[in-house]
Design a protein around this ligand. Sequence first.
Ligand SMILES: [Zn+2]
Length: 165
Amino acid sequence: MYCPYCRNPDSRVVDSRLGDDGSAIRRRRQCPQCGRRFSTVETTSLSVIKRSGAGEPFSRSKIINGVRKACQGRPVTEDDLALLAQEVEENIRASGVAEIDAHEVGLAILEPLRKLDQIAYLRFASVYRGFESLEDFEDAIDTLRRQAEDGARVPGGAQRPLTAR
Ligand SMILES: [Zn+2]
């Protein structure tokens, strides 16, 4: 790590702290030659392996671009997309892998997108999972319905929701 002021190739770490989301370490360094201080941010590398076998660094903006099209016309803001991409990255990093298939990244997007917007989810899933028939959509919608019912169920089981007749 060269000193950005005098290009001295050596520096001394004077402080280290973990970033807010735990995925980066910020180090305060001092150059022993000119005495000036600067910061570096260290992140673990996370590579996405494409179908061709080539790897590229994980990119939140690629996640956002991939999902944005499915969200056209839906009440989804740029902030929502940024948070979704952050959640996807945190989930992948939490799994402790250094490399992940592009296909697995798509899978990691599905769940947060389902919570964000069900129509966008169906659009994304139809492209991503290659839906070929109405039955594929019906299956996906059935799954969404079941998940919605599970989510509405009152913990404890015996009670019925107040809206039930
Ligand atoms: Zn220096």
